[in-house]
Design a protein around this ligand. Structure first.
Ligand code: NAD
Length: 258
């Protein structure tokens, strides 16, 4: 492995599973120290333990502003600063406009959109202080979805929240540029990736049939693997992307081109 994130400190939400876990692993392999945060304490602690002294686990509900403040404080206390935030925690339930309750609508927005807003809001001052101290640059990577670009009849809350993340990202990026902060902010838009978020499909069709059915919707003929998204997140988080802000990285096997 190279050292594309040498000396950087990252906080990865949803780090117990799926894209967050793959990202935390890649970041540590590339020289970062990583706070793995999640509401799933046993799984998150196991991921951090498997990564050794370069990682620590912090229990963190992204819908709670107090948890955000505490998680960022704990990251800075553990590793001396904050350069990278990856907002990966998310939920992805189905539901059309008629069957989605207001409570479900609010729950999806609380995790998938409010969580990203709070993360950007509370990471910015910590990143600005860190960069002022060590002269390094910082980056926020928000995991949206192709569902933030194209809609589905049965994804009303998820479509809305993920589209919100897309524009929230651009507003944060423009604010940082205007203020002259050394902080970039970009969004990532994956299509179906083989993580536990697809369990709802597995429950209906069984693992192999579910992945095959989803893969048939993708021009490349298969679902993606978490590492195929983690490498895109790594690029945006690293200084290699130093002129890239307010952008959307689509990692979708071609589905949004159709
Ligand atoms: N896998 C896909 O097909 C896919 C496609 C597009 C976008 N995404 C997005 O990627 C992100 C990661 O999804 P994944 O596929 O890794 O799913 P996943 O279910 O494997 O991981 C999501 C993680 O988020 C955590 N989480 C849920 N609610 C939380 C909360 N309130 N506070 C803190 N943590 C919480 C879960 O415990 C879990 O560890 C999500 O934002 C998802 O919407 C996934």
């Amino acid at each position: 492995m190279s050292s594309r994130l040498a000396g950087k400190v990252a906080l990865v939400t949803g780090g117990a599973s799926g894209l967050g876990q793959a990202t935390a692993r890649l970041f540590v392999a590339e020289g970062a120290r990583v706070a793995v945060t999640d509401i799933d304490e046993p799984a998150g602690a196991a991921v951090a333990k498997s990564l050794g002294p370069s990682a620590t686990f912090i229990r963190h509900d992204v819908t709670s502003e107090a948890d955000w403040q505490a998680a960022i404080e704990a990251t800075v206390a553990a590793f001396g600063g904050l350069h990278i935030l990856v907002n990966s925690a998310g939920i992805g339930p189905f539901g059309n406009i008629e069957e989605t309750s207001f409570a479900d609508w609010r729950r999806v927005h609380a995790v998938d959109l409010d969580g990203v807003f709070l993360g950007c809001k509370w990471a910015l001052p910590a990143m600005a202080r860190t960069c002022a101290g060590d002269g390094r640059k910082a980056a926020i990577v928000n995991i949206s979805s192709v569902a933030g670009i194209i809609a589905g009849h049965n994804l009303v809350a998820y479509n809305s929240a993920k589209a919100g993340v897309r524009h929230l990202t651009k507003s944060v990026a423009l604010h940082c540029a205007r203020q002259g902060y050394p902080i970039r902010c970009n969004s990532v838009h994956p299509a179906f990736i083989d993580t536990p978020i697809l369990d709802i499909h597995r429950a209906r069709f069984g693992n192999e049939r579910a992945l095959e059915k989803l893969g048939r919707q993708i021009p490349m003929g298969r679902v993606g693997q978490p590492e195929e998204v983690a490498y895109g997140i790594l690029y945006l988080a690293s200084d290699e992307a130093s002129f890239t802000t307010a952008s959307e990285l689509v990692i979708d096997g071609g589905i949004t081109a159709m």
